[in-house]
Write a protein that binds this ligand. Structure first.
Ligand code: PHE
Length: 442
């Protein structure tokens, strides 16, 4: 077999996997959910789900990938032909997500540029953001810029591109998060926001909050979309799978938690204790926060640092999404990396354009009652992804066999809690996901 390029060490793997996991989901979605579903209580539920449900699926996907030693589609096909469809979706979902993720990535580049140019006041205009995303040309150009930056990293390959860039961007992101969180908590009035963020409010505990937390675990850990299978195929046989999963989860959860510390206290301090700004959807990043920064001493600098951090988070996720498609082109069609990367870049860019235009000139276009952007997001994340996750558990739990997972993991150390894993993969995880799936599409 041709020698497959891969990550050079456990750290290399963990940084890349964490890079994929840490993204807009951590920075924007997590604080939002915490603020809405019971503060510290939600954090607790989330962490429990990460180390149980999240760990099970992540371990499974990485082990599958390392056993398959090929792209996500080829992997399922090789292990059991009847399940190749899982691999097919494992390529398709990242492609769909990449297309609109890049549109948001473009907005981030735009805001970073404006912060660096010192145009903070302009960004705080009430209709600035909605006008900007509705314009036909600039957002598409920035979408292209974002994807070209990702392309340049991907052209350098797995070790030199993905691993190296993640090893730089992820620690930088962690440091920036701490700096900004400290700034945020120390704004006068910030502490009451911190209390709101962290003190459990048991009256807000509902079944729905658990479902939201499960959905967030999948999204945040980049599960059920071919990514961990692909990255698993690049993982060395000397790297311990369970330990790497723990470290990746720890990193991802820390950044999510810090994101809340950056955002919630600052929003509270500026609004006099009104949490509404946290619920502003994309407006949180692009409207509420510029407004917050405009009230804080040295806000322009902190704003620029913040958007740099968000850019790192988005880029490292974007390259993981694109790599799934690239590696499929390389392995299945024997394409060279350069050709595969260029083809992926151009197609993802083209496919993303309608999502961008859907905020402006095509705003009347709807598919099943949703805007183009929302439709792709909803189909990929709420419809197909949970099905892939359930089918993966069924495949491993009842067809391929948990024994093979243990065997693969034990090449590099012991596998802890086999019985527990078996119960999780056969019953608990599929049932949890089915619950999320059904409530999500109703
Ligand atoms: N996990 C990323 C986040 O938390 C999002 C993502 C989803 C990345 C799907 C890659 C694939 O934002």
């Amino acid at each position: 077999m041709k020698n497959r390029s891969g990550f050079s060490s456990k750290l290399g793997f963990v940084m890349a996997a964490a890079g994929s996991a840490v993204g807009l989901g951590n920075i924007w979605r997590f604080p939002n959910l915490v603020a809405n579903y019971g503060g510290g209580l939600f954090v607790l539920i989330y962490i429990i789900l990460v180390v149980t449900v999240g760990s099970t699926l992540m371990t499974t996907e990485i082990a599958l990938g390392r056993r398959g030693q090929t792209d996500a589609y080829g992997c399922y096909k090789k292990l059991d032909k009847r399940f190749s469809f899982l691999g097919f979706f494992g390529i398709l979902i990242p492609f769909f997500i990449a297309s609109y993720y890049s549109v948001v990535g473009g907005w981030i580049v735009k805001y970073l540029v404006e912060f660096v140019r010192g145009n903070l006041t302009q960004l705080t205009g009430a209709t600035y953001f909605s006008n900007y995303i509705a314009s036909p040309v600039a957002p598409v150009v920035y979408h292209g810029t974002f994807i070209i930056i990702s392309m340049l990293i991907l052209l350098c390959g797995v070790k030199q591109g993905i691993e190296k860039s993640n090893k730089i961007m992820m620690p930088a992101l962690l440091v920036l998060s701490v700096v900004i969180a400290v700034r945020s908590v120390t704004i006068p009035g910030g502490l009451s926001g911190l209390a709101f963020y962290l003190i459990p409010d048991f009256s807000k505990f509902t079944f729905e909050s658990v479902l939201m937390a499960i959905g967030q675990v999948f999204y945040s850990l980049s599960l059920a979309m071919g990514i961990m299978v692909t990255y698993g195929s690049y993982m060395g046989r000397d790297v311990n799978i369970q330990k790497s999963v723990k470290m990746t989860e720890l990193f991802d959860t820390c950044v999510a938690f810090l994101a809340g510390m950056m955002i919630v206290p600052a929003v509270f301090a500026i609004s006099g204790g009104n949490p509404d700004g946290i619920n502003a959807g994309p407006g949180l990043l692009f409207e509420t926060l510029p407004n917050v920064f405009s009230h804080v001493p040295f806000g322009g600098i902190f704003g620029a640092l913040f958007f740099l951090l968000v850019l790192f988070a988005a880029l490292t996720s974007m390259i993981s999404l694109m790599e799934v498609v690239i590696t499929w082109l390389i392995d299945r069609f024997q394409m060279g990396r350069i050709k595969a990367t260029l083809l992926t870049t151009v197609s993802v860019f083209a496919f993303g354009i309608p999502s961008s235009l859907g905020f402006g000139v095509w705003q009347d276009v709807t598919i099943f009652g949703r805007s183009i952007f929302d439709f792709i997001d909803f189909t990929a994340n709420n419809v197909i992804m949970p099905l892939v996750a359930i089918a993966t558990c069924i495949f491993v739990g009842y067809f391929w066999g948990v024994k093979n997972i243990f065997e693969e993991a034990e090449i590099s150390g012991s596998f802890k809690n086999k019985k527990y894993y078996t119960i999780m993969v056969r019953y608990v995880v599929p049932i949890c996901i089915a619950a999320v799936w059904i409530t999500g599409i109703l």
